[in-house]
Ligand binder design. Sequence first.
Ligand code: C2E
Ligand code: MG
Ligand code: MG
Length: 389
Amino acid sequence: MAKHRISCVVIVSSDGAVQKPVGILTERDIVQIQQLEIPMRSIRDQEVMSHPLIFVHPDDSLAMAQQLMKDYQVRRIVVIDYEGELKGILTDTNLSQVLDPIELFGVLEILQHRIQKLTHDRDRLLPDEHHHILSALANNEFQLVYQPQVNLKTGQIVGVEALVRWNSPQRGMISPAEFVPIAEATGSIIPLGEWILQQACQQLQQWEAAGLPPLEISINISSRQLQDHQLVLWLKQILEELQVDPSRLTLELTESCLVEDVEHTLTQFKALKQLGVSIAIDDFGTGYASLGYLQHFSFDVLKIDRCFVENIHTNAKNAAITIAIIRMAEQLGFSVVAEGVEQQSELQFLYEHQCYLMQGYLISRPLPADAFVAFYRQFSALPLPLDRD
Ligand code: C2E
Ligand code: MG
Ligand code: MG
């Protein structure tokens, strides 16, 4: 599956003349099936573990199917029959490769039901979630942790990435991967994002008051925040109020932020640049955006995702991808930060290929503000025995 970068596989019943989709396998299913060692051929609809992704009615137009695939970020659907034979590929840009329109209509029908279910779930659950996030914000249940970023050339901590956590009295510590998408969908990411920006800037001041040098800080911004017309104005106000030099602030965006309303995003980019903050592209290479966006948006920093850094010293593909990213960033005039460095050999490899900025568990996990101060002070004892010849 990974080989063809397939989002999901549609199982088609080939009984009789009419082919009918009976289920969809997602990548997660495939992993589960492989773990259980169930032969692909024996899978029937009742054994499909995930619900189909999206449903569309047979009478709906192809344009609508395309729109829905875009909305739900399904990029490619591969239609196979029970024998595993490829019947066609449905992509967001090319629906015409599907061999038989009947199959396409069947697929569209599945898509429609899923949309209905998703819409229903969303309408039912989102108002509650919105309320939960807003009350958690009012109750001070959110907290920022800070992961040090290091310059391997100087061996110094140059800054931190601020990462949000939800410390819920009922549910314990909740990961941002769980609640940020909900905060995005409900719009509560706007007040939450404002709190994060303000909190992070205040933290810079407090660290300076505690005797730390002026550090840089990276803050993650979600797509909805970037679309918010108030963002620049509001950020300007915070920076002025707290007297934080904008050049110390980097906003991290993911590729998905760049495919929505490109014109408005470009305007926001210009305004942010004018304000003097830096912009980083986070998780580079893992989204669905084409490289074309690099022509239009001028970034300052490119962050190499952990999936490319992992075992870089032994995984030839990861090594090739990372080296290419480092070279490209250099040519385009961006600095590069490697994320998720866990092993000394990964760090050594990055250093040898002139990627000097990095963060990862090898140096430190994200830390609460106080623990960061203690960590900063004893940092000279860091495991950075690099061969600097
Ligand atoms: P990200 O911005 O790419 O952040 C890096 C994630 O990788 C963090 O997870 C961090 O704890 C983790 N990480 C760092 N070093 C290592 C390592 O060596 N090994 C491994 N396995 N993981 C490492 P976290 O904090 O759970 O955040 C996940 C994602 O949630 C972030 O990915 C970011 O997209 C989002 N997020 C976090 N905080 C915020 C926020 O304040 N606002 C918004 N909009 N999104 C946020
Ligand atoms: Mg980030
Ligand atoms: Mg990242």
